[in-house]
Write a protein of this length. Structure first.
Length: 623
């Protein structure tokens, strides 16, 4: 067995060395379905940018993903096609001009759309796109843009939203409050897709549930005192917020959706199609494209920093010395991407110096906790020897400690952005979009970092609060649910984090988690979890094993074991035998927003199996 484990470790290591760029980073795709490809076509056609070869390539990728029943899916085992994805594809393909209503595939898509409620039933973001591009009237939105002027002292204000929520909602507020619409001579007519005349952003029940929050916001706006044009002042402030957060590549905070909405919001503010800010933003979105099996894909963002930090750390865990050229180049890149600018996080922690890392290559403004711990793991050994790495280490650790939430956990981006009252606002996926609460995966991974890399243990007050928070989140079956993965991921993060800081492997919570993982192991030795888990809010097996889910589960069992057990042996055998089904390699392992947005990190197929097998080897050799 050990020979096969070593062979697989060497195979993955060789692949990483081969795939590394000259500048030290790894550019594995960050794949998020067809939504960005569709939106890019709609954007280019609306701006009347005739980049035909680019559009044709996107059309080919979108068309190639269509199912036999005419629909498009978000993931392999989705019971039936996804209505939102199908309307997006239908719209983009027609707007491209390279597909016609009479085409068999387009007619099949239309039949699916009409049989499933029509375009009025799509996800909120697509409803907004349809309104912006003149395909339907603007739905009623009960919150005025003046909400942006509410002071920090008000019970609800702009900075109570997550940085991701703010990024998307600010341009949306400009668009909704100006009823901006832009059709072109190429715009298809989608009016026949709307079975109901009125398009609503939310149901009457949702609006009723939000009534008290909306009333409070309106009262706050009415109390604002300004002798000039309050509406114009707010529109100016919203525009300035976006412009102040444009990254070096021209995108707004490096997200596809926020940049897309910013472009339309700037058009609403009177910018021309060819204004330099808009031109640079489009170029930035194009620069984020990648190729997957030869096909062009518009990435939602790049995962370059995340890929590189994870891979550098995994290589070192597997025995590649930090002095090796591959690791040295990677760590130089990581060092160059540490943040030196103040982001919105400073609102909640005003005395803190910058020191975190972001997710994307061009992200210089909004760091996150996960990338910061990953970067610090990667540079740990160099920080003991070289001054510049030591300084980066100290700044990073200080930022991480200071960003712990008052409840004891860690969130994704900022501190204490967790006012549950905002979940009452009737926004699709609001719980994943509007607030940034403590999460199991971030808290677990942060504890793992402190335990294994700074030697803080369960007796340290900060760590103790983190453990206490984690224990309160455990589900009755022994699992934990993660924010950026689901149940297997959350359980891996929680258990490895607590064990690293000295929680006994005999602790009832740990034992319960291990029993749950052993119970859901597949007959082939692997593990697999369906994206349906986060829709149904309970663990749903995939009925096939994936390398990534197997690596997380296996690593969890290994961290709590004193020797190789049959379950561990069986899991390791699955990783080295290479018997997984082809479609499981591209199956999303990450969640963005439940039911609408899933993440396929292409590096996960290599990096987590490498980590798990390296830890298996240590266990088998008694280390």
């Amino acid at each position: 067995m050990m020979d096969r484990v070593n062979a697989e470790i060497n195979r993955i290591t060789d692949q990483f060395i081969k795939d590394q760029s000259d500048d030290g980073f790894w550019q594995y795709p960050f794949e998020t379905g067809i939504a960005t490809d569709c939106s890019m076509i709609i954007l280019l056609r609306t701006l009347e940018i005739d980049d035909e070869e680019f559009i044709k390539e996107l059309v080919e990728r979108i068309a190639g993903k269509q199912q036999e029943d005419g629909s498009w899916k978000l993931f392999h085992d989705e019971e039936k096609g996804n209505l939102t994805a199908t309307v997006e594809a239908y719209y983009a393909l027609l707007y491209s001009g390279y597909r016609d209503r009479k085409d068999q595939e387009i007619q099949a898509a239309r039949r699916f759309i009409m049989a499933n409620g029509g375009a009025a039933e799509v996800h909120m973001f697509l409803k907004i796109m349809l309104a912006i591009t003149g395909q339907c009237e603007w739905p009623h939105f009960p919150i005025n843009i003046e909400v942006m002027l509410l002071p920090d002292s008000f019970p609800i204000n702009l900075f109570d939203l997550s940085v991701y929520g703010r990024a998307n909602i600010i341009p949306f507020l400009i668009l909704a409050n100006t009823n901006f619409r832009r059709r072109t001579h190429r715009s298809p007519d989608l009016s026949d897709l709307f079975q109901k005349r009125e398009v609503r952003l939310f149901t009457e029940d949702q609006e009723e549930a939000a009534r008290s929050v909306i009333k409070m916001i309106k009262q706050g706006i009415q109390a604002l005192k300004y002798h000039g044009n309050l509406r114009e002042l707010t529109l100016y402030r919203a525009e300035k917020y976006m412009l102040d957060r444009i990254e070096p590549d021209g995108t707004y905070l490096n997200y596809f959706s926020s940049t897309l909405l910013m472009i339309f919001a700037l058009l609403a503010r009177g910018y021309s199609n060819t204004h330099p800010v808009i031109t640079r933003a489009v170029q930035g979105l194009k620069a984020m494209t990648c190729r997957i099996d030869g096909e062009l894909h518009c990435q939602y963002t790049t995962a370059t920093v995340w890929n590189t930090t994870l891979i550098s750390y995994a290589l070192q865990e597997s025995g590649v010395p930090y002095s090796a050229d591959t690791v040295q180049k990677a760590n130089q890149y990581i060092l160059s991407r540490q943040h030196i600018k103040y982001g919105d996080w400073v609102i909640h922690e005003p005395n803190l110096l910058p020191g975190g890392w972001g997710f994307a290559d061009m992200n210089t403004i909004h760091p996150d906790i996960d990338d910061t711990t990953a970067a610090l793991r990667a540079i740990r050994t160099l920080a003991l020897e070289q001054v510049e790495y030591r300084q980066a280490w100290d700044r990073g650790v200080n930022w991480l400690i200071s960003i712990q939430n008052n409840d004891g956990g860690w969130a994704a981006f900022e501190k204490n952005v967790d006012k549950k009252i905002l979940n009452l606002l009737p926004i699709d996926g609001g719980k994943d979009l509007l607030i940034d609460p403590s999460t199991v995966d971030l808290t677990g991974r942060t504890l793992e970092f402190f335990g294994n890399y700074t030697h803080l243990d369960q007796h340290h007050p900060m760590v103790k609060r983190g453990i206490r928070w984690l224990l309160r989140q455990q589900n009755s079956d022994g699992s934990w649910v993660g924010r950026w993965g689901v149940y297997i991921y959350g359980t891996w993060a929680a258990v490895t984090g607590m064990v690293a800081v000295g929680v006994s492997t005999n602790h009832p919570a740990i034992q319960k988690a291990l029993t749950w993982l052993q119970k859901i192991q597949n007959p082939d030795g692997g593990w697999g979890e369906s994206c349906k888990s986060d829709i149904k809010n309970c663990y749903v097996p995939l009925c096939e094993s994936t390398r990534t889910h197997t690596a997380w589960a296996l690593d969890t069992l290994i961290c709590a074991a004193t020797g190789v057990t049959p379950e561990i042996e069986h899991g390791a055998a699955f990783l080295v035998d290479g018997k997984e089904k082809d479609w499981t390699k591209t199956y999303p392992k990450g969640r963005g927003m439940a039911g609408s947005f899933y993440l396929n990190y292409h590096c996960y197929e290599y990096v987590f199996p490498l980590l798990a097998l390296a830890h298996y080897r240590n266990l088998a050799e008694g280390n």
